[in-house]
Ligand binder design. Structure first.
Ligand code: NI
Length: 167
């Protein structure tokens, strides 16, 4: 079991655009294992490799209540999207902050699984939100970036204060 440090907003490394995975090999599977240990320990429902300072296109999600339904997406691409839904989001890189973001309501995503096999998945509800949120990380985007400048300033001030209290 390996717990990886999670980059905290506004760490500039969160703004890195991830690169395509060329082969899903043991090295990628090790990354997936370490990411899942880290996500479950946090605890969180999703994690992008970007957040653990690995800039390859890998995201993982588990929105199940039983915490045993890990979904792995390597090189995910949204191939269809429709509707709009606004949902309150949070992020392991922005602890304690939750705010509403508008996203596509239904998406169809194509990706590779941990065995390197291609699959296409239709998603709506929380799963669709999570996939879009985690895929944004691969583009160097954090959900806070969708909020107003004023809200972003408030969030930065709050995080600074939290950090001082921890130290
Ligand atoms: Ni996030």
């Amino acid at each position: 079991m390996a717990l990886l440090p999670i980059l905290q907003y506004p760490d500039p490394r969160l703004y890195t655009v991830a690169t395509q995975v060329r082969v899903v090999d043991d090295d990628i599977r090790r990354l997936i294992n370490d990411m899942s240990d880290t996500m479950y320990a946090a605890p969180g429902v999703g994690l992008a490799a970007t957040q653990v300072d690995d800039h390859r296109r890998v995201i993982i999600i588990d929105i199940s209540e039983t915490r045993d339904q890990l979904q792995v997406f390597v090189n995910p691409v949204v191939v269809a999207a429709s509707g709009t839904a606004t949902c309150e989001e949070g992020c392991l890189s922005v602890p304690g902050i939750f705010d509403k973001v508008a996203r596509a309501e239904r998406i169809s995503v194509r990706a590779l699984n941990a065995q390197g096999e291609s699959f296409t998945l239709g998603a709506d509800g929380l799963l669709a939100v999570c996939i879009q949120h985690e895929m944004d990380h691969l583009e160097g985007k954090v959900f806070v970036d969708y909020l107003s400048r004023l809200k972003q300033q408030r969030i930065l001030a709050k995080l600074k204060k939290q950090k001082r209290q921890i130290m």
